[in-house]
Write a protein that binds this ligand. Structure first.
Ligand SMILES: *Cc1c(COP(=O)(O)O)cnc(C)c1O
Length: 405
């Protein structure tokens, strides 16, 4: 069978914002997808940590079909009953207070940044500053790319938004030094486990120490759980491994299992900052997205997907370490890290070529931060499928390393 022509050449009418793998996917079932030519792939990327329930889930799809035939969109001029249902659920799962719904991760982060600034203004701080981190990724709007710690993402888009102070990960001395005698600091903002930056976790003792510092200084602790949240690490939210609760928590990606949805969850310190007229969105919180969020969480609970993410994730990490033990000892594989079904395999050298090689061999992955293979599959992944990932990926890693030597 020949490839459909539209994937042979660059699309002339779609902006050239992605270096695309030369395949077009047609349909999926569970953790598998098929391209337009009928070739099958195991999906270890899950639409970048989005497809929590995999593809064509037997309970999610009929629920969405039901919703489509009732209401897709109304507007926030009216009450949307499932907003209250989903918000109540997120409040229960997080131990926080209330929720604003939007449609994407960057919007959730944008709302968090606005909350932090208004928190400052309400206290009489006219030029609020927010602590952000090296290698962070918070999105592609002007404010969120300014908070992002990656010069490649910022290049060409200056002037950047001001009011950010940047510090390295997991270093309390740096955080204290960078904020010393600065009365304008209002918040500390980071991902519990950085995704795009290369799967780098904040240590549990660091999370606890930052929580304490934020309490002492009356700063907001804002944790971007857009990628690492919603069960991916084996707890609802990755920061819960440290036994802490943030004041502000942006969510998106996996929350709707593929339907665009974002949310910013606020604790008591941030719950009443926004008043009528302070923030809004046309699409955010619409009936289709809310149904997707409600059903995603309900199905996750019913199928025990947190435990599955933890167990299958640990199995996958162990199997990768076993298959790559020679390379780990030799240093050509630097580290296998992450938690649950958010794993990174860092090679000593750039490895973006592995994305296409894996696709040719029936496996979808991504490479981030040049040399980190990122695995963020659906949370329904089975042990057998985890073994299959290892069986395809590790020989290709070995071949790639041998060719570079
Ligand atoms: C993906 C991501 C975002 C941006 O989400 P979009 O939906 O692409 O705007 C923000 N923060 C983190 C941690 C992410 O992984």
């Amino acid at each position: 069978m020949s490839a459909a022509p539209f994937i042979e050449a660059a699309s002339p009418h779609v902006m050239n914002t992605y270096g695309r793998v030369p395949i077009a996917l047609s349909h999926g079932q569970g953790c598998r997808v098929w391209d337009v030519n009928g070739k099958q792939y195991l999906d270890a990327l899950g639409g970048i940590a989005v497809n929590t329930l995999g593809h064509n889930h037997p309970q999610l799809v009929p629920a969405l079909q039901d919703q489509l035939s009732k209401l897709i969109h109304t507007s926030n001029y009216y009450h949307i009953p499932n907003q209250e249902v989903l918000a109540k659920k997120l409040v229960e799962l997080s131990g926080m207070s209330n929720v604003f719904f939007c449609s994407t991760g960057l919007e959730a982060n944008e709302a968090a940044l606005k909350l932090a600034r208004k928190f400052g203004h309400d206290k009489g701080i006219e030029r609020p500053e927010i602590v952000v981190y090296e290698k962070a990724f918070h999105g592609r709007s002007i404010a969120t790319l300014s908070a992002t710690g990656n010069p490649k993402i910022q290049a060409g888009f200056g002037p950047l938004v001001e009011g950010f102070i940047r510090v390295p990960l997991n270093n309390m001395d740096s955080l204290r030094a960078a904020t010393l005698n600065n009365p304008n600091v209002v918040a500390v903002f980071f991902e519990a486990i950085q995704g795009e930056g290369g799967v780098h976790a904040m240590h549990l003792d660091y999370l606890q120490a930052v929580r304490q510092l934020c309490d002492e200084r009356d700063w907001l602790l804002m944790i971007d759980e857009v990628q690492c949240g919603m069960g991916r690490t084996g707890k609802w939210f990755a920061h819960q491994w440290a036994g802490i609760t943030p004041d502000v928590m942006p969510l998106a990606k996996g929350l709707g299992s593929g339907v665009p949805i974002g949310a910013v969850v606020a604790g008591p310190k941030a719950a009443n900052i926004f008043q009528v007229g302070n923030h809004g969105t046309t699409f955010g919180g619409n009936p289709l997205a809310m149904r997707a969020g409600v059903e995603t969480i309900r199905i996750m609970e019913e199928e025990g997907l947190l435990a599955n993410a933890a167990q299958v994730g640990a199995h996958l990490a162990g199997a990768l370490a076993q298959a790559l033990k020679t390379e780990l000892a030799a240093g050509s594989v630097k580290e296998i890290r992450g938690q649950g079904l958010m794993l990174g395999v860092e090679l000593a050298k750039p490895c973006a070529a592995l994305v296409g090689q894996c696709a040719s061999n029936g496996l979808l992955i991504s490479v981030t931060a040049d040399s980190v293979i990122r695995l963020v599959p659906p949370l329904i992944l089975s042990r057998a499928e985890a073994d299959e990932i290892v069986g395809i990926l590790c020989p290709l890693i070995k071949k790639h390393i041998a060719e570079q030597a």
